[in-house]
Design a binder for this molecule. Structure first.
Ligand code: PSU
Ligand code: MN
Length: 304
């Protein structure tokens, strides 16, 4: 059995049987620049508390799996250099070798499930990259959603990805993709896209019931809840499209590959939008945290 280190508040919530929401740490180390990364991480945790649940930010610190970070650990992680980006493939190796790593959506789902946490909030999931027919770059996040029973709240998938192909892989893998409160699949930085969400639900209780129903049917895997960015914070897709194209062509010409691709694109888009992408990103993560807190509480109510 793996020895999980819980933060004091997560330990207390586990003992009391109250709602817990998992949070990933790659968004802190590889998804946002310092110092905003630390401020946002603390703010999102507080949003979850304000919404009636307990936040559990997940990371590997010196070979230990932490579920819930104390404030000083979160600050240190956000400033640390050379933190590994952990997905399903390298999670065990990092623990075995005493390393420090931030968890992606895939690794956070694995850890959340081990810790008995059903709901996880993030910004955007990894997916099928543009040019995947040549690069074969498909995030392990998609296969994790098919394997591990955690409900993941995200704002859709970024337009740095090939979103139609991402939705196709999710369908093939049997992952429910549920638009929250709208028919279209949200466009991450914008609330709408020209793609339909395969499913739609309008309240947290329905989402919690669907989570429980999948388990009752004996289906492995989780659900992806696609929660649109609030309209007041969105950036129009046509403003971002040329910026994304530029970032992608720089990545191609510089030969960026493997796990470096997503962080490279996020950083270039941040620079090219003069920080606007970050402002939107912050708003949508906070929005996802609040919805995840509601779903986690509905799940507890259902199981009582
Ligand atoms: N997409 C975002 N922001 C992020 C990520 C994805 O909009 O921070 C991070 C998440 O941790 C996600 C990971 O799980 O990148 C996917 O990386 P890859 O494509 O290498 O699997
Ligand atoms: Mn990849």
């Amino acid at each position: 059995m793996i020895d999980i280190k819980y933060s004091a508040e997560v330990q207390a919530a586990k003992s009391a049987g109250t709602a817990i929401v998992a949070l990933e740490s790659t968004i802190i180390t590889h998804g946002m620049p310092y110092p905003q990364n630390i401020e946002v991480a603390a703010q999102v945790e507080q949003d979850i508390r304000d919404a009636g649940a307990t936040p559990a930010t997940i990371a590997v610190l010196d070979g230990h799996l932490h579920v819930g970070l104390e404030a000083d650990q979160l600050k240190a992680l956000g400033q640390a250099k050379n933190v590994a980006k952990l997905s399903r493939a390298d999670f065990a190796a990092c623990l075995a070798c005493g390393g420090t790593g931030a968890t992606t959506v895939a690794a956070t789902m694995i850890a959340a499930h081990l810790a008995g946490i059903d709901v996880f909030a993030t910004g955007g999931i990894g997916g099928v990259h543009k040019g995947a027919d040549q690069s074969f770059d498909i995030s392990a996040d998609l296969l994790e959603l098919a394997a591990t029973p955690v409900t993941v709240v995200a704002a859709g998938a970024k337009a740095i990805l090939d979103v139609p192909k991402t939705l196709e892989v999710l369908e093939t893998q049997g992952v429910p993709v549920i638009g929250y409160g709208q028919d279209s699949f949200p466009g991450f930085w914008s609330s709408q896209s020209n793609l339909a969400a395969p499913l739609r639900m309008d309240d947290a209780a329905q989402i919690a019931r669907a989570h429980v129903m999948r388990q009752a049917l004996g289906l492995p895997g989780g659900q992806l809840i696609a929660n649109p960015i609030p309209k007041s914070d969105e950036i129009a897709a046509d403003i971002l499209a040329p910026i994304i194209d530029q970032a992608q062509s720089e990545a191609d010409s510089q030969g960026v590959s493997g796990k470096a691709v997503t962080p490279f694109l996020l950083q270039r888009i941040f620079e090219l939008t003069e920080g606007r992408s970050l402002t939107a990103n912050i708003a949508l993560v906070r929005n996802n945290a609040r919805l995840a807190a509601q779903i986690a509480q509905q799940l507890i109510a259902l199981r009582q």
